[in-house]
Ligand binder design. Structure first.
Ligand code: DAH
Length: 345
């Protein structure tokens, strides 16, 4: 046994493995549970007592030499050996995949940013609302079709013992936040309310039952329709490019008088394309001068103050801006679609 140990001692001293794998094989051969040194220790019992001290020292010497050898070889191993043979460190690194914002968030942030430059601050309201904030205080007559079960998701419907409407519903537009702001703030008011809205509509390429709107409200002395027009022209140019024109068509909303719908010029320059259905114009929002009735409900002096309001669908703006043909793409969370959008905002 002593001779065998001495033979291995020589082998260990002359060993010069120069890859990690060789060193590991060397370690396993000597130091693993079933390795040579473990074998010698179990053979040790058979050694006559008078030889034990010497043999024991020899086995320990072998173990020490192996351990030292492994340390030295591992330390002096050239760092190149750690690199996999087929790896080329001069190649450019694998790109890191960064997340991107959802197009609806990008457009919402852009809208907030544009109106932010005009001094509009953000206000928010609840998604579950009452009839007052969504309809009554916005001058919707009691039997207005927009209150119909077809359009609005009602949570509770009814009247209390005094005949007051106690409907609870999912807000069908962010105009409800106008009411909340007017309840709490005195003019001048200049606020923007982005948020989620709900309508009982069939889901198709053009409409969804959940979508997002941004509401704008500006109330002060001497606010005129010209201010509204100029504000929206500025917005359109910032959002869709400096060459964009706007056109206002008379319309009706219960809470504005006069009311209008705004179109922007299509990027086909009036030549006509599928997007604008060959009209050269794309409808993007509703707007108008705040109806004095609304101001009176809110106890804002309508003789002193005037205001304008506007409301737009964020998805609609995103579809037009990015020329997306189907609104459902904005709700499916398909990474292949979403990763195409990048933004600084
Ligand atoms: N709330 C309207 C809608 O959902 C949009 C709207 C129109 C908002 C005119 C306004 C406005 O503030 O003045 O269709």
């Amino acid at each position: 046994m002593e001779d065998r140990i001495r033979k291995y001692l020589k082998e260990v001293e002359s060993f010069s493995g120069n890859t990690l794998q060789e060193i590991e094989e060397f370690r396993i051969k000597f130091l693993s549970k079933k390795g040579l040194i473990a074998g010698f220790f179990s053979e040790f019992k058979t050694i006559p007592p008078d030889r034990r001290k010497q043999v024991g020292q020899l086995i320990n010497q072998l173990k020490k030499t192996v351990t030292e050898k492994i340390t030295v070889l591992t330390e002096t191993l050239d760092s190149d050996t750690f690199i996999e043979p087929d790896l080329d460190p001069t190649l450019p690194a694998e790109p890191m995949i960064l997340g991107s914002r959802h197009p609806v968030s990008i457009v919402r942030n852009e809208i907030i940013d544009i109106f932010g430059h005009l001094g509009f601050t953000i206000s928010e309201g609840p998604e579950i609302e009452d009839d007052d904030h969504v309809f009554s205080k916005l001058n919707f007559p009691p039997n207005h079709p927009a209150r119909d079960m077809q359009d609005t998701f009602f949570i509770r419907k009814g009247f209390d013992e005094h005949g007051n409407n106690i409907d609870i519903l999912l807000r069908s537009h962010t105009s409800s936040v106008q009411v909340r702001v007017m309840e709490e703030e005195l003019p001048p008011i200049r606020t923007l309310s982005p948020g989620r809205v709900f309508r009982n509509e069939a889901i198709s390429a053009r409409s969804h039952c959940i979508f997002h709107q941004v509401e704008g409200l500006y109330i002060d002395e001497y606010v005129s329709f010209a201010d509204l027009k100029q504000t929206l022209l500025y917005f359109a140019k910032e959002m869709f490019g400096a060459k964009t024109n706007i056109r206002l068509r008379p319309s009706f909303f219960p809470f504005t008088e006069p009311s209008a719908e705004m179109d922007i010029s299509c990027s086909c320059n009036g030549k006509g394309c599928n997007l604008c259905k060959f009209s050269g114009w794309l409808e993007i929002l509703g707007c108008g001068m705040v109806d004095p009735n609304v101001l009176d409900y809110m106890k804002i002096d309508s003789k002193k103050y005037t205001g304008f309001a506007f409301g737009m669908g964020i998805e609609r703006i995103a579809l037009l801006k990015y020329r997306i043909s189907d609104i459902r793409l904005l709700f499916e969370n398909d990474i292949r679609f979403l990763k195409q959008f990048r933004s600084a905002l």
